[in-house]
Design a protein around this ligand. Structure first.
Ligand SMILES: C[S@@+](CC[C@H](N)C(=O)[O-])C[C@H]1O[C@@H](n2cnc3c(N)ncnc32)[C@H](O)[C@@H]1O
Length: 318
């Protein structure tokens, strides 16, 4: 297995070695480096999504640039075997979006923010699960793609597609009862919720699927009176994904470790959860070793934080 070298040239080679192991998705890495906007990459939502993750891979930190937990980066690990990929659309959702869909209550009026192709709301309409939906998109290309999916499936009366930033897609008359925010960094999801809080009645169920940054997202939920009622880690196409379902329930307190690992997942300890954190432990230990070698260059508080997280993970797995 390739190891990270010291020089930037070696690091570049290492990065290339890893990326060349992921087949078609490597194209998006180069697209990302070439500055091609996200919405123009990839054919299907899931492919775009994975390419988006890859394009943000930072070989220096062994993690995504905006995903501190880096759990989903198992995609880049040559030690993990291939899984079958399939064509995904509004009929065949990815396993990740299927698990999200399972938490949308029957009869809901769903706001799917960052909807991309609009697969989630249209799939739920096709199955008769939801009564109506808003598909919100901030970028023009995915917005048009969502419009097309809705039109081609004959749901223009039931699914409104809005070009809007975050929760600005929700209007008071929509009567939204569930909000999904999936496939974005946890900090982005947190910021969208914080910026658009006035658009929420507090009665909506939040179904969140962050790509990393789960800790700050859980922190926001706690500080805003949302109780986490369901959590899950799943692995698909060699990435680890987290799903967090929350409902407003008044004051709630979580410990620092619960915010880091997830209060319910810590208790359930599913095989996917344990596998994710075993991998994370190896990544953190490796990063700590790099920190030790580059002591002068890394701020002490960053080293301490990494050491603390490594300790927590070791205790969790002990
Ligand atoms: C990786 S895709 C995920 C698509 C889909 N939700 C899924 O999980 O498969 C993220 C989408 O969120 C959109 N997005 C990012 N920030 C947004 C914002 N502030 N408001 C609305 N959409 C946003 C992007 O344009 C992109 O289409």
């Amino acid at each position: 297995m390739a190891r990270m070298g010291q020089s930037s040239e070696k690091r570049r080679l290492f990065s290339f070695f890893q990326i060349s192991n992921i087949g078609a998705n490597s194209l998006a890495f180069f697209a990302g480096r070439a500055g091609i906007p996200y919405g123009k990459r990839g054919k299907g939502s899931e492919v775009s999504h994975q390419l988006w993750l890859v394009s943000r891979f930072d070989p220096l930190r062994d993690e995504c640039c905006d995903c501190p937990s880096a759990g989903h980066l198992l995609r880049l690990d040559p030690e993990v075997g291939d899984e079958q990929e399939q064509q995904l659309n509004e009929q065949t959702l990815s396993q990740r979006l299927e698990r999200v869909a399972a938490h949308v209550p029957a009869g809901a009026r769903l706001a799917d923010i960052g909807s991309d192709h609009g697969y989630l709301p249209v799939a739920l309409m096709r199955r008769g699960v939801i009564a109506a939906a808003v598909a919100g998109e901030v970028a023009l290309t995915p917005f048009r793609s969502a419009e097309r999916t809705v039109r081609e499936n004959g749901f223009t009366q039931q699914v409104i597609v809005r070009l809007a930033d975050g929760l600005a897609a929700i209007e008071p008359g929509d009567g939204i009862t569930a909000v999904s925010l999936c496939g974005m960094g946890g900090e982005t999801i947190r910021d969208i919720l914080a910026d658009g809080k006035a658009r929420l009645s507090g009665q909506e169920r939040l179904i969140l699927q962050p790509n990393g940054g789960e800790q700050p997202l859980r922190q926001w939920l706690m500080e805003n009176g949302y109780r986490i009622c369901f959590e899950e880690v799943l692995r698909e196409n060699r990435f680890y994904y987290e799903i967090i379902v929350a409902e407003r329930a008044g004051p709630v307190t979580y410990t620092a470790q619960e915010l880091y690992f997830g209060p319910l997942q810590m208790r359930v300890r599913s095989p996917a959860f344990l596998a994710k954190w075993q991998r994370m432990l190896r990544l953190k230990q490796r990063t700590l070793t790099h920190f030790t070698r580059a002591r002068q260059a890394v701020p002490e508080d960053k080293v301490q934080e990494m050491a603390r997280q490594t300790q927590w993970i070791s205790e969790l797995l002990a």
